[in-house]
Design a protein around this ligand. Structure first.
Ligand code: FAQ
Length: 319
C-alpha cells in the first residue's frame, strides 16, 4: 500500500473515531492503534488472572461457608474476565501463547495492586471494596471505548465487578459491627490498601506517556487523574458511613472544586512495584509460571484430542 492510500485510510479511520463508531477486528486501523490496544487489553487480562492469586489465598480460610462460596464465585469471575480479555486481544492478531509468554518473561505488565500481600480476612473485604471499586471506576468509562470487542467485554465485566465491590464492602461493614479486634483488623486493611488502590489509576496525567494519544483514539475516555479523583470522591463517604478512617491527613472536602483534596501518592513506591520490586512481584510471577508449566499436559491432551477429532472428520468426509 502506498503512502497516499494509507493517509486516506487514516482519514476515514479518524472520521469514524470522531463519529463515535466502533472499530471492529477486520476494519483498517493504524498499526499504533492496534499495538496500543494489544498492550492495554493484554495487561488488563493479565491483571485479572494475576489478581486471582491474592484472593485465592483465602478461599480455604474464609470464615463461613457463605463467605467461601461468594469468594470462590468472585475468583472464578476474575478468571472469566481474563479469558474474555485475552480473546479480545487475540482479535488484534496476536496469539494467546504470545500473550502468556509476555506475562511470564516479564515484558508485559499487570496491575501494581496485585503485588501486595493479603494478611488477614479483612484484606478480602478491602480488595472487593477498593480494588474492584477502582476497577469499576476505570472500566465503566471503558464501556465507551472505541474498539468493539474491548467495549463489549467491559459491559459484562462491569456488572460482575459491581457485585464484587458490594461483597467486599459488606465484609468490612460486618467487621465494623463486630468486636474491637475486628474493627481494628478492618482499619488496618484500609490503611494498607488505600494508597496502592489510588496507584491503580496509573501515573499523574502529566507523567503518563500514553494518555494523550489514547484519549484521541477514544481508547481511554477519562484520564488517570480524573478517574482517581472520582474514586476518592465516591469512596470517602462510604468509609465514613461504616466508621473507617482514610489514612490521609491531607484529605479534606474542597467546597470550591466540589471534590476531595487528597495527599501525594508515594510515586517512588509505585515505580518500584511496577518495575518488579514490590512485596510479592516475584511470588506472583512464579505462581503464574508454575500454573502454566503444570497445565502443559492439559493443553497437550486437548490438542491431541482435537487432532484425533479432525482425523476422524476428514476420514468420514472421504468415505
Ligand atoms: N500497574 O501512560 P500510562 C482489576 C503502566 S483489573 C502497573 O498512564 P495507560 C480486576 C502502564 O501500563 C485492574 N503498571 O498508561 C480485579 C504504562 O506502561 P507501558 C487492571 C501501570 O495504559 C479486581 C506506564 O505505566 N485494570 O483490578 C499501572 O495509558 C480484584 C505508563 O502509564 C486495567 O488494566 C499500574 N497501576 O494507563 C481482579 C484497566 N498504571 O505499558 C482481581 C485497563 C500504569 O507503556 C481482583 N487499563 N502502568 O510499558 C487502563 O485503563 C490503563 O492501562 C491504565 C494505565 C489506566 C492502567
Amino acid at each position: 500500500m502506498n503512502e497516499a492510500q494509507t493517509t486516506s485510510l487514516e482519514e476515514v479511520f479518524n472520521r469514524r473515531i470522531d463519529a463515535e463508531e466502533k472499530i471492529e477486528p477486520k476494519d483498517w486501523m493504524p498499526e499504533k492503534y492496534r499495538k496500543t490496544h494489544i498492550r492495554q487489553i493484554s495487561q488488563h487480562a493479565h491483571s485479572e488472572i494475576v489478581g486471582m492469586l491474592p484472593e485465592g489465598n483465602w478461599i480455604s480460610r474464609a470464615p463461613t461457608l457463605r463467605r467461601k462460596v461468594a469468594l470462590l464465585a468472585k475468583v472464578q469471575d476474575e478468571a472469566g474476565h481474563g479469558l474474555y480479555l485475552y480473546s479480545a486481544a487475540e482479535t488484534l492478531g496476536i496469539s494467546r501463547d504470545e500473550l502468556l509468554d509476555q506475562l511470564h518473561d516479564g515484558t508485559a505488565k499487570y496491575s501494581s495492586i496485585f503485588n501486595y500481600p493479603t494478611l488477614t480476612w479483612a484484606d478480602i473485604g478491602a480488595i472487593g471494596w477498593l480494588v474492584d471499586g477502582a476497577a469499576i471506576m476505570n472500566q465503566v468509562a471503558l464501556i465507551n471505548t472505541s474498539y468493539g470487542p474491548y467495549s463489549r467485554a467491559m459491559v459484562r465485566i462491569c456488572k460482575e465487578e459491581s457485585f464484587h465491590q458490594r461483597q467486599g464492602y459488606e465484609i468490612l461493614m460486618t467487621l465494623m459491627k463486630g468486636t474491637d479486634e475486628q474493627r481494628a483488623m478492618a482499619q488496618d486493611a484500609l490503611d494498607r490498601w488505600w494508597w496502592p488502590s489510588l496507584m491503580m489509576f496509573g501515573p499523574r496525567d502529566d507523567e503518563s506517556p500514553n494518555t494523550a494519544q489514547s484519549m484521541r483514539w477514544k481508547l481511554k475516555r477519562k484520564s488517570n487523574d480524573e478517574l482517581r479523583q472520582a474514586f476518592v470522591d465516591q469512596t470517602v463517604p462510604q468509609a465514613e458511613l461504616i466508621g473507617l478512617r482514610i489514612p490521609d491527613p491531607a484529605l479534606c472536602w474542597n467546597e470550591e472544586r466540589g471534590h476531595y483534596d487528597f495527599g501525594e501518592i508515594d510515586w517512588d513506591e509505585f515505580r518500584q512495584v511496577v518495575q518488579g520490586n514490590g512485596p510479592c512481584n516475584r511470588e506472583r510471577l512464579e505462581a503464574r509460571r508454575a500454573a502454566h508449566r503444570n497445565g502443559t499436559w492439559v493443553r497437550e491432551a486437548a490438542l491431541a484430542h482435537a487432532a484425533k477429532q479432525a482425523d476422524r472428520d476428514s476420514l468420514r468426509k472421504a468415505i
